[in-house]
Design a protein around this ligand. Structure first.
Ligand SMILES: Nc1ncnc2c1ncn2[C@@H]1O[C@H](COP(=O)(O)OP(=O)(O)OP(=O)(O)O)[C@@H](O)[C@H]1O
Length: 267
């Protein structure tokens, strides 16, 4: 039987009553797999990550993370659960006044009582894992954007999280750094059996490394399956998204009441 680290059943969420953000979402994250969430801007992908990490709670439906029902979970238990989670966000900035080694050591110092000598060794291992051995004493402003993202990844995996949440990890990277980051995510999954949830707009990199893909539009899951199944979908909105076509049911426009005519005084 499949072991799901996360299971969302009929989950709905809204910040305000008049604007539903997630509508009856059903989504499973299987242990040891990379599950991608794709979809247009504002479709609710980051909101799903925020539900998983317990930053927000569902208005209805059931969210289970590591088998725990997230509804009414006491704050201390949410904090405990977060220790099993690693998060890498697009703008997950490094602490600029700390060296690379101090950045990676930070979660270890904050969350464990390990002696300094062990922390040094663990930092070296994490930097080795992201291919940045020898950068320990560098300052963040001496790193390229791609290197900085990999240091942030080393910091995110410092506590050996069982589940990694990646929110747009490829944004702003050149093609080589993008491929390195994608391969690192895959390597962590293959070598350590780390489960991952990957929110990304990069179709090629995501389809290459994901085991399973969910597609979202307007707060709903509109399709899911293996990358091959999704690539061959008959769902017109997903086909449009994958091919990057402009015409179709996916709207790139914010659903404003007034168009440009209004702002130009023609209404
Ligand atoms: N704190 C907030 N308060 C109110 N509305 C919010 C808040 N955060 C996000 N939203 C709204 O929730 C909707 C979904 O946002 P979300 O960030 O989950 O989308 P996304 O699919 O991750 O988009 P993108 O790909 O552009 O990052 C959007 O309409 C957004 O405006």
């Amino acid at each position: 039987m499949k072991n799901n680290l996360v299971s969302l059943s009929d989950v709905s969420f809204a910040y305000s009553e008049d604007k539903p953000i997630l509508k009856s979402v059903n989504l499973d994250i299987e242990q040891g797999k990379i599950t991608a969430i794709m979809g247009g801007s504002g479709s609710g992908k980051t909101t799903v990550l925020r539900l998983i990490s317990g930053q927000i709670t569902a208005n209805s439906g059931t969210s289970r993370v590591f088998g725990q029902d997230m509804a009414n979970l006491p704050k201390k238990d949410v904090l405990k659960l977060r220790q099993k989670l690693g998060m890498l966000f697009q703008f997950g900035a490094l602490f600029t006044d700390m060296t690379v080694a101090e950045n990676v050591a930070f979660p270890l110092i904050e969350n464990t009582d390990l002696p300094t000598s062990i922390i040094h060794k663990m930092v070296a291992m994490k930097l080795e894992a992201v291919g940045l051995t020898g950068t320990q004493e560098m300052a963040p402003n001496e790193l390229s954007g791609g290197m900085a993202r990999r240091v942030a990844l080393a910091r995110a995996i410092a506590l050996d999280p069982e589940l990694m949440l990646y929110d747009e990890p490829f944004t702003g990277l050149d093609p080589i750094s993008l491929n390195i980051t994608a391969m690192l995510i895959k390597k962590l999954n293959d070598n350590l059996g780390q489960t991952a949830v990957l929110v990304s707009h990069d179709i090629e990199a995501t389809m290459k490394i994901a085991d399973y893909v969910y597609f979202m539009a307007n707060g709903e899951i509109i399709d899911h399956g293996t990358p091959i199944e999704v690539a061959n979908t008959t769902n017109p909105a997903v086909r449009q998204f994958i091919r990057g076509e402009l015409g179709g049911s996916f709207s790139y426009k914010y659903p404003a009441k007034n168009g440009y005519e209004y702002y130009l005084g023609r209404n």
